[in-house]
Ligand binder design. Structure first.
Ligand code: GRF
Length: 217
């Protein structure tokens, strides 16, 4: 069983989707929700779904307490879902290519420090971009710079506000993130530099899936 920990700082709608998606999966399960904000909605969601949670502060993330807890609980894969703190280098080293994040824009544009949640969608709308989307990527010790695993695009309409765009992108996140994590947990992703292949997936040929047909899922 692949033991997944989800780290989140906010409402936790993605965390909920991940928990529900893997609840019956034969090979992977969300066994822990980690959170750095005592008031975050994700804690209630985890409670309601019967998943234990771990509340910690920034110092505990930096001093290795969180890392030891994840290792102590036999976590195989760390999935960030709206987690706003930088992952320290020690934690990245402890889980090599085992920490994945979702960003609500097409990285490398609109990423980096301070580019989270609403700030991202405000910047995309202000720049009058024609398209935005999601990027699912490995996490390294710099914000939003790890290797990309998946991207999926959606259009930005002329009359979009940051709110309407955020809603369209959140729907995309909910649909695609659990499926992408499932491919990873099942060992079906072959990552070779910028080339990512989903083994045995009928809709995806042996080609890079940067902006992949995951929109079909
Ligand atoms: C999502 O848009 C995610 O991409 C971003 O933060 C938001 C989290 O939403 N990193 P939720 O807490 O999962 O509802």
């Amino acid at each position: 069983m692949v033991r997944i920990a989800v780290l989140a700082s906010g409402s936790g709608s993605n965390a909920q989707r991940l928990i529900e998606h893997f609840a019956q999966h034969p090979q992977a399960r969300v066994v822990l929700v980690g959170c750095d904000q005592p008031q975050a909605g994700v804690l209630q969601r985890a409670w309601d779904l019967g998943v234990p949670s771990l509340l910690f502060n920034g110092a505990q993330l930096k001093d290795g307490t969180v890392q030891r807890e994840l290792q102590g609980q036999g976590i195989d894969l760390v999935v960030l879902a709206g987690f706003l703190r930088l992952i320290p280098a020690g934690l990245v080293r402890a889980f090599p290519q085992r920490i994945i994040n979702i960003h609500p824009a097409l990285l490398p544009k609109y990423g980096g420090k301070g580019m989270f949640g609403h700030h991202v969608h405000e910047a995309v709308v202000a720049a009058k971009e024609k398209e935005s989307g999601i990027t699912i990527h490995y996490v390294n010790e710099r914000y939003d710079e790890g290797e990309h695993l998946f991207q999926a695009k959606c259009s930005v309409q002329a009359d979009d506000t940051p709110d309407t765009l955020a809603a369209r992108i959140l729907e995309q996140e909910h649909r695609i993130y659990p499926q992408a994590i499932q491919f990873f947990a099942e060992g079906k992703l072959e990552v070779n530099g910028r080339k990512v292949i989903i083994k045995g997936h009928p809709r995806v040929g042996p080609a890079a899936i940067h902006n992949p047909p995951v929109t079909d899922f």
